[in-house]
Each structure stands twice: as C-alpha cells, then as structure tokens.
Design a binder for this molecule. Sequence first.
Ligand SMILES: Cc1cc2nc3c(=O)[nH]c(=O)nc-3n(C[C@H](O)[C@H](O)[C@H](O)COP(=O)(O)OP(=O)(O)OC[C@H]3O[C@@H](n4cnc5c(N)ncnc54)[C@H](O)[C@@H]3O)c2cc1C
Length: 432
Amino acid sequence: MIESSSTHNSPTILPGTNPVVIVGAGPGGSVAALALARQGIRSVVVDKATFPRPKPCGDVITSQTLRVLERLGLDPSNNLPLVRAQATWGTTCIAPNGKAVDVSFKPLHKETEIPSCYTLQRASFDNYLVEQLRANPLIELREGVGVKDAQHVDQQWQINMADGTNLPDTKLLLLASGCNSSLARQISNQSLPAIAKEDDRHFGVGLRGYFRDKGGWRQAGMPEFYIMRELMPGGLYLTPLANGLVNVNMVMRRDYVLKNGINLRDRFWEVLASHPTLSKRFAPDTLEGQLQGSSLSFGTIKRGNAGNGLMMIGDAAGLIDLLSANGICNAVMSAEIAAGVAVQAIQHQDYSMAFLGNYDSLLDQKLGNELKLGRLVSPFLGNERLFGLFEGVLNFVASRVQGGSVLSQLLYHPDVSKLLRSPSFYKQMVWG
Ligand SMILES: Cc1cc2nc3c(=O)[nH]c(=O)nc-3n(C[C@H](O)[C@H](O)[C@H](O)COP(=O)(O)OP(=O)(O)OC[C@H]3O[C@@H](n4cnc5c(N)ncnc54)[C@H](O)[C@@H]3O)c2cc1C
C-alpha cells in the first residue's frame, strides 16, 4: 500500500491562523502544503490544471528529492516503484567526440542499498504527490481553475480566480506557479523589492518527446546525457522509463536560441536524424504523442524571492541547475524551507518582508552549493568562442580512464568551488 504522509504525526492546528494559499500543485507547491500540514498548518492549494497532467521534463528524480519525501514521512523506495518509478544507479555522459563516461550514483544512505535516483514520468510523479494532498485533512485542493491575479491590500492577499470566484484572503501566499508564470510576474512586481531584470541568459527552453524504446543503451537502465556542438549551450538527455518508453529531451539557453533564430523543434529532429546511433533509435514514427515544450528558469543569478506576505518556490523562484537541468530537487527543497519560515511567521504573526527575508538567506545557504557550478560557468557558456575550449575539456575528460570519478567528484563534493581551486583535482584529471 502507498504510504500517505497524513498517517504520520498527528498535527495540532494552530488557533487563529488563516489558511496559507499556495498557487501551483507541482512538486514545489505540493511539498510546501505537505510540510505545512505536518506542522499543523492549513493550506489551500490551487492549480489551473487537473491532475494527472503532463509536464515537459527529463523525468529524473534525484537524491535530494527522495530525502525531502522521506522527511515528509513518504517512503520513496517503497512508494515510488508502486507508481512505476524505475531505480537508476548512474548516468552516462557522452562527450562531443562520442566518448562516453559512466558516472555512478551512491546509495541514498551510506549503510543501505536504497537507490538515490529514479526515473518516472512527471504526470505520475506529480499525481502521486497530489494524491497525498487529497488525502490530507489540513489541505484543500482546488484543481482545474487558475489564479487570475492577486493584490496585497492591508497586509492581506486578495486573490481572484480565472472563473470569477475568490479565494479566502490570506496573510501568506506561496507562489509555486512554475517558470514563465505571468501570475508570478504580476505578483512579484508589486511585492518584491528589486527583482533582477529578466535576462535571457538565465532562462532555457526545452522540448520533450516520448519514444518507443528500441534499445541501444550503453548501460541498461541508465539515462544518457549527450553534449554536442549543435546544442551548446545545452544538451540532449535520454531517460529510460519502466513503461517501455524513452523520454528524449533537449534543453538550450534562451539567449542563444533567440540570438541565432533557432527553431527548437527543427533542431531536435536535425540532431536526432544526423547522429550515427540516435538516428536508428529515435525515428519520428516511434514518437508516442506530441513533442511538448517548456521554459526553464536557471539559478544562475540570485533573485529576491521573499516579499511582504510572499515567498516564491521552485521554478517561480528560478532555481533550476544550469548544468543538469534538474529543478525538481530545488523546487521541493525550497518548498520545505519556505514551509519552515512560514511556521515561524505564523508563530510570530509577522509576515513582513523583513521577517520572510530569512527565506532568501536559507535558500542561499542550503541550495548555494547545488547551484554554484552553474553560476561559475554560466558567464563563459554564453561565449561562442569558448565552445571549442569546452569541447576540448569534455573530450579530454571523457577519454580518461578516471573520467567518471572526476565527474562524480563534481556531483558529490560538499564545496564545488573549493574543489575547482584544488590542484589535486586537475592532477587526478590528467594523470588519473
Ligand atoms: C525539458 C526539461 C527537462 C527537465 N528535466 C528535469 C529532470 O530530469 N529532473 C529535474 O529535477 N528537473 C527537470 N526539469 C525541471 C523541472 O521540470 C522543474 O524544475 C520542476 O517542474 C519545477 O517544479 P515546480 O513545482 O516549481 O513547477 P511546475 O512543476 O511547473 O508546477 C507549476 C504548477 O503551477 C500551475 N500554475 C501555473 N500558473 C498557475 C495559475 N495562474 N494558477 C494556478 N495554477 C497555476 C501549473 O499548472 C503547474 O501545475 C526539466 C525541465 C524541462 C523543461
């Protein structure tokens, strides 16, 4: 049986608290509601979609997400396989010269053999979380109607729905409405102090299609990540799924796409058709359904994500890692942090930006290392003259016997910038 988070702890409802309103029931919004419920805080979660709903993604669920689920009392190693998640123990990176490096993942906990990564279609993963919302008496879920706009008046949010109805006023709004959300722009303009001007370097565009699996994997069950000149700055990812489909997805930085007038769909098919092995594995007639596109908001700049009565979560806060395109983990981690700050705000009855600003500091402390490498390399990735240098470094690393352990250090080191300043890291890269 799938475990429900509502079966853990018996929360005490704090007296005199209005429900927190959460916009968006993706991983960020759902986890925020579940984390609040575990502290006895009621919430209303609204999503314009009805679940299960599709979401363009690479469908890779990484260790940080699994740890958050564990802390919510949801046991991912038991529950996720029941919704057809498939454990994976590593990933293969294919350099521009076609040389491949396998990077192994460590188990979730040192002393066990619990997997630290799963692949699972987002429609199923997000629906699994939404089922937890439905089962929780402290959470009211409203699906199928979006929030049109919201005004902050007399320290309360007045929220208007697209169908003309209203939500109850709230002192605290958690915005988890994803990337490129017009609502997030409308709200942040009135509540956040100084948001960074939208800059295409900090955004990406992505496409995803599900293909019938014709095999050809370098390692059975392991996602493959292709870095190619035609996709720089960006990459192509293949994710094997338990249901016999392969998620083929591609991400590129938006500034480069716009500057060069790239049509993403054309580029997607060109890359597949011209590749010596991918062309045999992913012909257009093996595509199931349609290609679907989506934006990505990279955590390559620090944004202010707390305002008066407001915290932004996940993609709405711009927290996707530039190098891996992983954003689910930072969405759920930011949700957990926001819920913690919300509990304190409710206890102190202080919803001011000064108080909620603690959220921004905690985001920086807890996600800073995750996002550091992306922030370090981002300025160079925009420079086309450096593409050749990048290609050279990647080809070199992929050709080394120790290539996998070099990449694995980048994945697991507690302080990536310290690692990159260490001569022994480069010594190991060159001599093994
Ligand atoms: C091609 C591609 C590949 C990716 N691959 C991966 C990967 O493999 N692993 C990974 O970790 N991340 C990946 N990501 C990133 C990941 O998809 C996001 O970071 C993640 O979905 C963020 O979750 P979220 O809850 O913040 O937002 P979302 O999942 O986008 O949820 C936002 C929700 O808000 C709702 N909403 C929006 N506006 C309104 C409104 N006005 N009113 C009510 N509801 C509203 C939407 O319907 C939606 O359900 C990928 C992204 C792309 C585009």
